[in-house]
Design a protein around this ligand. Structure first.
Ligand code: CTP
Length: 409
């Protein structure tokens, strides 16, 4: 895969894209344009790529190989932080810089991920270049609506797609053979339901009880399932993540809403993964008006929320049920007891105290725990890799169940 980093503020997100692609088993050739190097250093890119970065300086220095031809020996190309200048150059066959010259000989598909100020994006010349490239079969991801740049200027369309979505789009673009770690479309024909994020339990119209769950783990499971061919329903509490494409995304607030959405989606589900951090309690009485301050202490009367995983466990059928648990002590024992009580096939246990692996982090370190207390520590890995392993295990449980079913029939 050729990754070209363009001269845009969004170039700083390129290392995150490169890391995700490498985690997905994709080997990358990287080119940074001269303008890109004004935003990000060659060192950050080569560290993320775990290899050298092609630059104009290297191209123009005396060397025996033609860098623009070597770097073009790839299946496909993606331009991260594509600027108006790169679009114009490609739309007119220019070859005056390494990125453009290399693009001219890339044999496979090309994916543009533009990032620029909204006024520039809407400019007729830019739009004509985009239309021309589309005509030639080039693909585009974004730009999205959102503020562009650190000054928040140019809110409107122009913001680059998120690294996670770029990596997912690239993986889709590539032939499955290029993704060494991928299991292909082994979830084809299955319905996977994932819950993610926190719930909000409102006390009055402006105050609520919640928790800092970022939703990243659940989104990773949903995207991994989608990329492996599953039909996916993602039910998510309020999180700061764009809804991934290619799946049904149901946004909810409270645990009661989460329960309704999950129970409904789970009716024909094959695998249900509950990563949501569900509030165990809600206000016994939701006040219709904002509660004014009073002198002295106040107490809030809370009432328990339904346990969604346990409810699904009571009427499990053929479904594979996966839960998560965060524990601060006696983790395996407590998680095993939870798996047994909720009739979950397994629970992934993690520790909120572990740095970089809990709420909001990009990595996770979990222990797989079954109701019988058997458990397995998984190494710290990106949430996408944990999602991959989780789905492998869920599929294994499902295959075993189907086989057992056949022998008893
Ligand atoms: N869960 C759920 N419904 C709830 C609470 C939790 O479906 N009302 C799910 C979570 O999504 C998670 C698993 O159950 O997959 C474990 O959640 P956790 O809060 O650790 O379990 P609790 O039973 O609430 O245990 P604790 O007593 O530790 O709070």
């Amino acid at each position: 895969m050729l990754v070209i980093v363009g001269g845009s503020m969004a170039a700083v997100k390129a290392p995150s894209v490169l890391r995700r692609l490498r985690e997905g088993g994709v080997s990358v050739n990287v080119i940074a344009t001269r303008a890109a190097l004004a935003f990000i250093t060659e060192l950050s890119l080569s560290t993320a790529a775990d290899g050298p970065v092609g630059t104009d300086a290297a191209w123009f220095s005396p060397r025996p190989d033609a860098l623009h031809l070597t770097l073009a020996k790839v299946d496909a190309a993606v331009i991260v932080g594509a600027s108006a200048e790169l679009l114009a150059g490609a739309a007119h066959g220019h070859a005056n810089e390494l990125a453009l010259a290399t693009l001219l000989s890339v044999p496979g598909p090309v994916l543009w991920v533009p990032a620029m100020n909204a006024a520039m994006w809407h400019n007729r010349a830019v739009q004509a270049n985009v239309a021309r490239l589309r005509d030639w079969g080039h693909h585009f991801l974004g730009p999205e609506v959102g503020s562009f740049g650190t000054r928040g200027e140019g809110a409107g369309i122009g913001r680059m797609a998120e690294p996670e979505d770029i990596a997912a789009a690239v993986l889709k673009l590539l032939a499955p053979a290029a993704v060494s770690d991928s299991k292909g479309r082994d979830l084809d024909g299955l319905h996977v339901v994932v819950s993610a994020g926190p719930t909000r339990e409102y006390l009055d119209p402006v105050r609520f009880i919640s928790n800092p769950s970022s939703g990243k783990m659940g989104f990773a499971v949903a995207m991994e399932a989608r990329d492996r061919g599953a039909r996916v329903t993602l039910v998510t509490g309020p999180v700061n993540l764009p809804g991934p494409s290619g799946m049904a995304v149901v946004r909810i607030n409270s645990a009661l809403e989460l329960r309704d959405a999950v129970v409904q989606a789970a009716q024909d589900a094959d695998i249900v993964v509950m990563t949501a951090a569900v509030a165990d309690y809600r206000a016994a009485e939701l006040k219709g008006e904002k509660q004014a301050k009073v002198a002295g202490d106040v107490s809030i009367h809370l009432t328990p929320n339904p346990d969604i995983l346990a409810e699904l466990g009571q009427n499990k059928g053929e479904r594979v049920l996966v839960g998560f648990a965060m524990e601060t002590h006696a983790g395996v024992e407590r998680a095993a007891a939870k798996a047994a009580r909720k009739n979950a096939d397994f629970i992934l246990l993690n520790y909120p105290t572990q740095e970089g692996t809990a709420f909001g982090g990009d990595d996770n370190q979990v222990t797989l725990v079954r109701a019988d207390g058997s458990h397995q520590d998984w190494p710290r890995a990106s949430k996408r890799q944990v999602a991959r392993q989780l789905l492998n295990e869920a599929l294994r449980v499902r295959d075993l169940r189907v086989r057992e079913q056949r022998t008893t029939d």
